[in-house]
Design a protein around this ligand. Sequence first.
Ligand code: ATP
Length: 356
Amino acid sequence: MSETQIELTNINKHYGTFHALKDINLRIEKGTFVALVGPSGCGKSTLLRSLAGLESISGGAIRIAGEVVNQVPPRKRDVAMVFQSYALYPHMKVAENLTYSLRLRGVSKADARKAAEEIATTTGLTGLLDRYPRELSGGQRQRVAMGRAIIRHPKAFLFDEPLSNLDAALRVQMRKEIRALHDRLGATSVYVTHDQIEAMTMADYVVVMRDGIIEQQGRPLELYDTPANKFVAGFIGSPAMNFVTGTIAASGADVVLDLPDAPVVALGRQADPGRKVLVGLRPEHLSLVPLEQASIKVPVLVVESTGSMTYVTTDTTPQLTLVEQSRSDIKAGDNVGVRIEPHHIHLFDGATEKAI
Ligand code: ATP
């Protein structure tokens, strides 16, 4: 049976007249890795900081391991924050940074050193214990910040964009390290990021936020396969989903797209005739085909190749992006045929933008 480690009930947060968190409800099971993701200003850091006790909430209840902690100060909540700035003490060596909290609790110097050595093994810092933070790379500093959190055996790890300062290659590596560490420790982790790829690849459960509300929460592939609305559909997935307005045909089985020549595309299901819709098409689900097999025929604006993949942007309004998992000899100015499979069509209501 799963056990709830963190429970947020009707969390509201006001900064003066600004309503930063609006009725947030979230349950986090013990041992899960949860990502809070959303564009800048959506409230994800505020939510994490509220969980840590660094912000007071205006309403609702925060429970950690069953206990309401609304009035409990940060250091007594038994959660560990890991920041992008690392927040290491510059005048202390790695070993002292790692064991600072133990020493405060009265652990002897010798025992603290032993604990530091164990943590160094877990986090890949062996041999670096006697260096100062300034003598470490960004990735190593991040590991010290994580080691310092681990040494406290917290009830949960709270990460606030911990990888933002690292270069792209190191981010990818640290992503795996953090996830592996989480698994090894059997930890419960809440991880804030604006990067949907990070959220999708690291987390068991993803919470997509916008303007202080949760737009959708679920397993990564659930969000990818069945986004609840246009916002989530456009936010999850890279390159982003294409959206074309259209009208459901009189038959209810096709959609007429607002593209040149008003192409009629089969839906593979029934919808309300005449309904104004937004059709969502993921770039990876559009394939280049000979013109006679095409659902739509479109001129090409740009072709970009990465070696393994080809990205094609069409010269249409709106533009469409396609990704081919292979090389292609098409070029700008060509007219290409594009196949749209009915089971890959996402439909959203034209007005509410909710999934149909
Ligand atoms: P980012 O990725 O840019 O950090 P975020 O999703 O983490 O964004 P928050 O930092 O949680 O966003 O901020 C949410 C909203 O609350 C923003 O509109 C921000 O301007 C506002 N806000 C945050 N802190 C304060 C504050 N101390 N006083 C007033 N408004 C604040």
